[in-house]
Design a protein around this ligand. Structure first.
Ligand code: ZN
Length: 549
């Protein structure tokens, strides 16, 4: 039979696909090439040649049919085909990641297991196979295999075999980069990573990534996150981040981190509820993204990541949080500034600036490491807050990181670390950011946390929606007190491991009020995220032209 030609899904016209595409504002991500010496440039060129293959692999991880659809779209001339092809490039396939993965092209629903399993595989068939073949469990549930059905029998195929043509080329480019660098820790990571692409064993190279030292180029390449596998959450998706460390920003961050022990002692929480602190948190580095590929580039852009995911490596070497500053800046300038135009009063809008906003994001990350970690449960045994608060932990922890971070800014301002005006600008930048998170929906931990903060700050008179203009009026003078009060409430619930208290707090403050709903309803035309182009793509046309075959 002749296959049906590809077309838009019923109910999605050319205007709708144009509208969806316009929600991603095109931005060129730049970096300071002047920081790179001649050697770094050669290393970078090789790393780029390795990274582009992560696009190719992820493309077939999403669906093995993606290449044929992509080629067909290139020939299509129906109305909306050009926008549909660009949207397909953003989504890495025909399913809309901003619309619960519903198809925008008429290809049917996305298999929950993406391209990692046979599309018709059910959980029951998978479990039945494991019951009958217990020796297959490790391979079948591993991060680095795909499941295929061959002559009616399920088989786990290692990534090193399933994606061999791509991985061999990527490994060759990594070895070239390794040969060009004079940094021993970078050489070691790149050589071990190239080796992992062949052996399918990623542990040693994950550890070597944690041991990178005295380097400017910070590459991260390989199979990492498991979100694309919605069937079981077992299978890791390929991606790459090629980034440039910012020594000045990292030093400023270290100066902030030096205050953490003092901040932890001064937290607004009764002494008996402090519990045992969380131990060493992961180091944070600030970088600019030179190039990204694969999983991370699909849909909404990653602003920060925390890797590796292998628990054995985390137990031995810890993990590392990487903040992508130029990505965060691009989101600030396109999305957040536009939201602020719409929701803040003009005098407040005028005080919005990137540095205070970025500092709020940094202290949010640092604040995750503050407060009770290990506590006494109701039975007297030690447990951690996460286990005690279960499904309510994530939204509460995100709200905690927000308010404890802002609280810390105020404390540090009294120490002379920040100017008072800087802290006021930070408060103001947090308000449009709350509105931005609410847009992603109350189902997400960040969205729910933001609604709680909005309602609490409103109750304390720190902000209100002006009924005439529909804009949010911020009373900066009341912010500090309201923020400390909310920090105290959340930290107390966490310190007690009080599940019922968490539920009461979330149900009292967790509903989206009509005034906030009206504020977010006005944002329909404002971009949701950025559509990155990389400055470096303009320098080497070969980088772009390989995508995505
Ligand atoms: Zn967070």
């Amino acid at each position: 039979p002749v296959p049906e030609p590809l077309r838009l899904s019923p109910g999605i016209g050319p205007e709708e696909i144009e509208f969806r595409l316009a929600r991603f504002a095109p931005v060129t991500l730049t970096y300071d090439a002047g920081l790179l010496a001649e050697e770094d440039r050669r290393v970078l060129a090789s790393l780029l040649r390795a990274a582009v293959w992560m696009d190719s692999i992820f493309f077939v991880q999403v669906s093995p049919r993606n290449p044929e659809w992509w080629l067909e779209l290139a020939e299509a001339d129906w109305p909306g085909a050009v926008a549909a092809r660009e949207y397909f490039r953003i989504m890495f396939g025909p399913w809309d990641r901003l619309d619960g993965n519903r198809p925008f092209l008429d290809v049917g629903p996305k298999p929950p297991g993406a391209g990692f399993y046979p599309p018709d595989l059910t959980k029951e068939e998978f479990e039945r196979h494991l019951a009958e073949h217990p020796e297959d469990r490790e391979a079948f549930t591993g991060y680095f295999t795909v499941i295929r059905r061959e002559r009616g029998r399920l088989r786990a195929v290692p990534y090193s075999e399933a994606y061999r043509p791509y991985l061999e080329r990527a490994a060759a480019a990594l070895r070239e980069a390794a040969a060009e660098t004079s940094n021993p820790s970078l050489r070691r990571y790149l050589e071990l990573r190239a080796e992992a692409f062949r052996t399918n064993d990623y542990r040693a190279s994950d550890a070597a990534w944690m041991e990178l030292r005295d380097h400017l180029l910070e590459p991260t390449i390989g199979p990492y996150e498991v979100y694309e596998d919605e069937l079981f959450g077992y299978k890791a998706a390929f991606e790459a981040f090629l980034t440039l460390r910012d020594p000045a920003a990292s030093a400023a961050l270290e100066r902030l981190a030096a205050h953490l022990p003092e901040l932890d002692r001064r937290l607004p929480i009764p002494a008996e509820l402090r519990g045992r602190p969380r131990g060493l948190e992961s180091p944070i580095v600030v970088v600019d993204e030179i190039f990204a590929a694969g999983d991370t580039k699909a849909g909404v852009q990653t602003a920060a990541f925390n890797l590796p995911n292998d628990e054995r490596v985390r137990a031995e070497k810890g993990s590392k949080k990487v903040m992508l500053r130029n990505v965060i800046r691009a989101k600030f300038e396109t999305v957040l500034a536009a939201i602020a135009d719409s929701v803040l009063r003009p005098t407040d809008r005028a005080r919005l600036a990137f540095e205070p906003f970025f500092t709020v994001i940094l202290v949010h990350e640092l604040a995750h490491g503050l407060g009770p970690g290990f506590i006494r449960g109701p039975d007297g045994a030690e447990t951690d807050v996460n286990r005690a608060l279960r499904d309510l932990y994530a939204p509460l922890e995100e709200a905690k990181a927000d308010v404890v971070g802002l609280w810390a800014l105020e404390v540090l301002a009294r120490r002379g670390v920040f100017e008072a005006e800087f802290v006021r600008a930070a408060y103001l930048s947090h308000v449009p950011n709350l509105v931005r998170s609410v847009r992603f929906g109350a189902a997400s931990a960040h969205g729910r946390a933001s609604v709680v903060e909005f309602n609490f700050l409103k109750e304390r008179g720190a902000l209100r929606v002006d009924p005439e203009t529909g804009r949010i009026a911020v009373d900066v003078g009341r912010m500090a007190e309201a923020i400390e009060a909310l920090a105290r409430e959340i930290l107390t619930v966490q310190g007690r491991g009080d599940y019922e208290g968490a539920r009461a707090l979330l149900s009292r403050y967790g509903g989206t009020p009509p005034d906030l709903r009206a504020v977010t309803a006005r944002l329909r035309e404002i971009p949701v995220d950025i559509r990155p182009r990389f400055e470096v793509e303009g320098l080497g046309a070969r980088v772009a032209s390989r995508w995505p075959m």
